[in-house]
Write a protein of this length. Sequence first.
Length: 379
Amino acid sequence: MRVVARINVAAIERNVALLKRTVGADTAVCAVVKADGYGHGAVPAARAAIAGGATWLAVVTAGEATVLRRGGIDARLLVLGPLDDEDLSEALDAHAQVVVWDDEGVDRLVRVGRPADVHVKLDTGMGRLGQRDAQVALDLCDRIATTTPLRLSGAMTHFATADDPDDELFGLQLGRFSRWADDVRRRHPGVVVHAANSAATLRDPAAHFDLVRPGIAVYGMDPANEDPDRHGLEPALEWIARIASVKPLEPGESVGYGRRFVADRATRIGTVSAGYADGVRRAPTDPGEVLVGGRRVPVAGRVSMDSIGVDLGPDAGERPGDTAVLIGRDGDERITAEDVGRRLGTINYEVTCAIGPRVLREHHRDGVRVAGRDAPAAG
């Protein structure tokens, strides 16, 4: 093992079960497994989410939908992202439902000429994809419902600030969407109405509607980048690397490019086999910490492409072949993706999604290895 991400699929299953209990029997859970399951492995994450009670899955690209189908996943599948003609055909080949927000999107579906389950997206304040004009979006629903071979299957939006309890936009978005969704339901009974991401799922039952779309919480991370424990979530991923070398360093000697670390005392330096090509970010200021032997040790100097140095201290007993924990627990100490995100000035989402493809993913169920290798990341 050089560097490995160990993913506990049982934790994913338990997180989804918690989310399902949160929304209750009348609301379905659509687990978002885009970006290779937020770096956890899309196919194993999808299987675990379904075992935990999810009945839908969501991705962003047609290629991600194909990966799931080739991995044997047969749950209802929604592609959230924009699709050109070629991508749309691939998504429909995967029996995925698709999202539109303008006449151009409907024209594309008509041009492809295949049966399709279609969701209309209203932009209530996110400012990205979606139709801003509620009446135009309602007319779009009418057009889809009367256009063969299309089927109007869903009405949706996405929240911008559900993770911020002090921001008023969440309530404004919820009100705008609720009014529009009521109009859609009156005209088109049976349409699936959905809006809530992880933060909204955990925040407000009024945002649950027929379906919730949790992403980050599925993997046991806090949507506000604070602490998963406050929601009862269980981080599924540990990130561990091998110590390749341990050597003494005398005062005045340095480690790494640019001599950013110069020893002020005699110490021992470990070279850990993980670098920025593996997803370890080269932060401009605080280089961070890892866990070694149940204790926190600082990163020494700049992160390299394939390795980092760590200051083990003068009395260190570690040897080559021992491990360093980049994310996870070691004894009584823990480093979370949220800890790493805050140090880097970013979020937990980016931390796990950035773990590189050459990092082996090992999947287990509470310590028992899951047979088979993960499917490759979707393109």
